[in-house]
Design a binder for this molecule. Structure first.
Ligand code: C2E
Ligand code: MG
Ligand code: MG
Length: 734
């Protein structure tokens, strides 16, 4: 085994060699012997030797017991020179058993030494405990000791590398199920680096890779640690600037700035990967890496860098799926998930809808609308504690989820109690809210949201600007409305809607001067459903526009028919919903119908309710100007029941006020009190507006309003709303 000229093969550390071994860890050798002389002799014999270019560092233990402590202190012991007989005749063998069986350390090589040849262990023991070598102490001359140690160190290193390979492979396999996540990818990178280190014969900390991807602005790159292993594995993902080892950091930074390989005392490599990614690798070897090693590293680094980039992209996509990009709030998807997660009995769910947002958006511009939403989002976020979830779940609908104590009517109303500042403008906003106490309904988030939105709809119809809690009755009435709406749709398409006409009369003479077209719905069963019930439904569903178009055309057609049979000069009043007025082509459609039926100018009068006027005055003003220039007259219906001031009426430039029937035949007037009607008529006269009083049921009422200056009237005293042929007959009797 031992070469002839052993001195030639032994190499020693000369003074100049310090540089060569710098940075490389020494082999650690544990001497276990109860005779201090043996320690000294061994150390002396091996002083300054180099094995595979690395020095030897000794650790000493003077009993088997002490050896256990040393073993616990060092996890990188390569070889143990072990005395057999110490505290007990087989203390050494027991220690080997402990190392293999209890510590599970199979890499440490063991060279047994004994003073007495008689204590040679059995062959079986040597095999079972994986003992490398057995020598009597006298056999351990300097040369023999060196030879034994070299063989042991090499085999330790092989076992160590195999284990590193196995560990690396294990990590790769474990990570392979989870490569789409940062954690999985990190473990994968660590596994590969562990294997690479084994392949390159360097410690786990011997390879560190960094990458710099250009960011969205394509200028500033922020290098980060792409892959590392061993103790350095915790650096993966950290920014290069922040890693605590200046040597590695500086090498990597140099590589990224020089953009080329460098082979010196350590090796730094530079690769460029697809997508403009730059990669630097620090490899703790002083020799030129083989072309295959280089290729392997490059392939690995660029693949892993692209994978990291993909993960960043994936995360951005998933953020988009769960975040509202305008308001940077969670979106509906994410809110539903939150509700599912935390639907606790102590929580309340609120849906907050900004009143009149559609107008803000259309009258001002969308940019202003966005600014309003941002201001509300910010106020909502600030008004509630972090325990409360705030999300945007519709264009102008916010979802809020949190404890009853915070999420309640007062809490939400206070969010809108002070004016907002939007684009330098002071703006008063109001919102309508549907509230739902969790725990007293279905458990699924989608159901809970549905119930909260039933409460919201209910509030929008009857409690605008307020908050309303969900009640089961709401759901029932919402269902009933839904069914009614479906029936209305069917009725409209089956032409079961029809018009009746109520005469408009000149109060002084009793002469018929026109008609108001009133809509009727008779169901298949023959019941009548009042317009006050089904018109709001049509307005909420978008059905109002086609129905309204049909009403106007039918009324004009009837007016034409009347003119053709000798009753020309009758004006036709048609009710128009604010929903119709919002349509961009509203005036064009009416003008086309007027043209088609040859309606004389001023003989079509549209009746608008006062609520139209308060919506947003500038837009309405423009609309009505267009209506007038198409030769259509405008009347304000149900005047006196709404909020419009006469100022607004003047601004809108309407033709006629129609005094609501509650001031004529309703309870306001039952004691003969016509004071409101009187005031309205006086003001109308001052403004030069025409008038009509509706709901005239008695002769006395006719005389009273006539005396107050009203010219026209309508009511059961003259006629109820009549079918077409009845209306013609009525005219003939007139
Ligand atoms: P309105 O425009 O104020 O119509 C007058 C209502 O008063 C009609 O009720 C009419 O039948 C009723 N009326 C007439 N004379 C008297 C009377 O002497 N005493 C009493 N107590 N009532 C009288 P109707 O037909 O039920 O219509 C109710 C409302 O439905 C209308 O109020 C109008 O706002 C709306 N409406 C009816 N047809 C249409 C339509 O085609 N389009 C739109 N948008 N709304 C319509
Ligand atoms: Mg009317
Ligand atoms: Mg009316």
């Amino acid at each position: 085994m031992v070469p002839a000229n052993t001195d030639e093969m032994m190499s020693f550390l000369n003074e100049g060699d310090e540089v060569a071994t710098a940075g490389k860890p020494a082999w650690r050798v544990l001497i276990v012997d109860d005779e201090p002389d043996v320690h000294q002799a061994t150390e002396l014999a091996l002083s300054g030797v180099l094995i595979e270019g690395r020095t030897v560092n000794f650790v000493h233990a003077y009993s088997a017991q002490e050896a256990r402590t040393r073993l616990a202190e060092h996890d990188d012991l390569a070889v143990m020179l072990l005395d057999v007989v110490m505290e007990t005749p087989d203390a050494g063998l027991q220690l080997v058993r402990y190392v293999r069986e209890e510590l599970g350390n199979h890499a440490l090589r063991v060279i047994l030494r004994t003073g007495q040849p008689g204590y040679a262990p059995e062959i079986d023991t040597i095999r079972n405990y994986d003992i490398n070598d057995y020598k009597t102490k006298s056999e351990l001359t300097r040369v023999r000791l060196f030879t034994s140690l070299t063989v042991a160190v090499r085999s330790y290193w092989q076992i160590h590398q195999l284990e590193a390979n196995r560990r690396g492979l294990e990590m790769i396999v474990a990570a392979s199920t989870d490569l789409s996540r940062p954690k999985g990818l990190r473990r994968f990178a660590e596994g590969i680096v562990t294997q690479l280190c084994a392949l390159l014969s360097v410690p786990d900390e011997g390879v560190v890779c960094a990458a710099a991807s250009p960011d969205e602005t394509q200028n500033e790159a922020h290098p980060y640690i792409l892959a590392a292993a061993g103790r350095y594995s915790e650096w993966i993902g950290l920014s290069l600037k922040s890693i605590p080892d200046p040597r590695v950091r500086i090498e990597l930074e140099k590589s990224l700035s020089d953009r080329c390989h460098h082979f010196g005392q350590t090796t730094r490599l530079y690769f460029s990967a697809p997508g403009g990614i730059s990669i630097a690798a620090f490899v703790d070897v002083d020799h030129q890496l083989s072309a295959i090693d280089l290729e392997l590293l490059e392939l690995f680094c660029s693949n892993i860098a692209v994978a990291f980039d993909n993960i960043v992209l994936l995360r951005r996509i998933s953020d988009l799926a769960y975040e509202d990009s305008l308001l940077r709030l969670p979106n509906r998807n994410s809110f539903v998930a939150r509700v599912d997660l935390r639907s606790a009995e102590s929580d309340t769910l609120a849906l907050i809808d900004i009143d009149g947002f559609a107008d803000i958006n259309s009258v001002l511009d969308q940019e202003f609308g966005d600014a309003v939403l941002k201001a509300v989002a910010q106020r909502l976020r600030q008004s509630f504690s972090p325990a409360v979830d705030v999300a945007r779940i519709g264009s102008d609908v916010f979802g809020v989820l949190g404890p009853h104590g915070e999420v309640n009517a007062t809490g939400i109303e206070s969010v809108f109690s002070t004016p907002y500042e939007v684009a330098g403008e002071k703006l008063r906003l109001s919102a309508t809210t549907g509230l739902l106490r969790l725990g007293d309904g279905p458990e699924k988030a989608v159901e809970l949201l549905k119930n909260a939105s039933v409460a919201l709809k209910q509030a929008k119809s009857f409690n605008r600007g307020k908050a309303l809690y969900f009640e089961a009755a709401h759901a029932a009435s919402a269902r009933a409305r839904m069914q009614l709406l479906n029936r209305l749709r069917l009725a409209f398409s089956a032409e079961r809607l029809f018009l009746v006409y109520q005469p408009l009369v000149e109060l002084a003479s009793g002469r018929v001067v026109g008609a108001e077209a009133l809509l009727r719905w008779r169901t298949e069963q023959g019941d009548f459903i009042p317009p006050d019930t089904f018109i709001p439904l049509a307005e909420q569903s978008g059905l109002m526009v086609p129905i309204g178009d049909w009403v106007a055309r039918s009324a004009l057609q009837f007016q034409r028919q009347l003119a053709d049979c000798g009753h020309a000069g009758l004006r036709m009043a048609v009710n128009v919903s604010h929903i119709q007025l919002r349509e961009p082509d509203f005036v064009d459609k009416l003008a086309a119908a007027i043209h088609e039926f040859g309606t004389p100018p001023g003989m079509l009068e549209i009746e608008l309710t006062e609520s139209v006027a308060i919506d947003n005055i500038e837009l309405i003003e423009q609309k009505l100007a267009a209506v007038r220039s198409a030769g259509i007259a405008i009347s304000i219906d149900d005047f006196g029941t709404g909020y419009s001031s006469l100022n607004i009426v003047r601004q809108l430039n309407v033709d006629r006020l129609k005094i609501d029937r509650t001031f004529i035949s309703g309870k306001e007037s039952c004691e003969g009190d016509f004071s409101i009607a009187g005031i309205v008529l006086q003001l109308a006269a001052q403004l030069g507006l025409k008038t009509i009083a509706e709901g005239i049921e008695t002769e006395e009422q006719r005389q009273r309003v006539l005396a107050l200056g009203c010219t026209d009237g309508q009511g059961y005293l003259f006629a109820k709303p009549l079918a077409c042929d009845e209306f013609i007959a009525y005219l003939q009797n007139d």
